[in-house]
Design a protein around this ligand. Structure first.
Ligand code: E4P
Length: 222
């Protein structure tokens, strides 16, 4: 399973990348709007920090505009993946961009039928929004399971990019279901690592080691 960071914060991306387990980054207009600086500059710096797919989303709502913006993002760096929303216009833009060899991440996917259409249009990644479905009392993880099965049935060269993951169990569940990728905030990545028994166990090992060293020192000086 590949791990992507779902943020446009260079600080978080640098810290996450230093852990050695980050394979890519997803951004969206809301995440980029939170950061200071030009989106192009931020995206380029992200590309220099993480050598993997970096999603940059279009904000146009018509096909021509999406294609124009998508080509602009794609020209920035070879690692850029164009994110298009799952609308009729987005589907047409996905077909055009993918036919020209650009990778598309179809975003805002909330149903298996939307994911199936995205894959048919040539999307390289499909992003089911797990947390936002959970928010409206619909089990988001079931969508991940459905998409994994559908893509497997037909050997679609399209990866399930489980998105809107809000906590560690979302990531673990997505992994159990076979999602190819999970994109998560930096805080969730850190939470995956944390376990109180690890901290307690490490402290005990280090305390025992120090105690033994002191006892050996005392014996040697007798
Ligand atoms: C995915 O690409 C989106 O940027 C993201 O996962 C949305 O997550 P949210 O629903 O927590 O905002």
């Amino acid at each position: 399973m590949k791990f992507f960071l779902d943020t446009a914060s260079l600080k978080e991306i640098r810290e996450g990348a230093a852990l050695g387990v980050v394979d890519g980054v997803t951004t969206n207009p809301s995440l980029l709007a939170k950061e200071d600086g030009e989106p192009e500059t931020i995206l380029l710096e992200i590309c220099r920090t993480v050598d993997g797919p970096i999603s940059a989303e279009v904000v146009a709502t018509d096909t021509d505009g999406m294609v124009r913006e998508g080509l602009h993002w794609a020209a920035l760096h070879e690692n850029i993946v164009v994110k298009c929303p799952c609308t009729a216009e987005g589907l047409k833009a996905t077909r055009i961009l993918s036919s020209q060899g650009h990778r598309v991440n179809m975003t805002l996917v909330f149903s298996p039928s939307q994911g199936l259409l995205a894959a048919k249009a040539g999307a390289r990644f499909v992003s089911p929004f797990v947390g936002r479905l959970d928010d409206v009392s619909t089990p988001g993880m079931e969508l991940v399971a459905d998409l994994v099965q559908i893509f497997r049935n037909y050997d679609f060269q399209c990866e399930v990019l489980a998105a809107s993951l809000r906590h560690p169990l979302h990531v673990v569940e997505a992994a159990k279901l076979g999602a190819h990728i999970g994109t998560m905030p930096y805080a969730v990545l850190l939470a995956l690592l944390k376990h109180p028994l690890t901290d307690i166990g490490l402290k005990r090992f280090l305390d025992d080691w120090e105690k033994a060293k002191k006892e050996m020192g005392a014996k040697a000086s007798r």
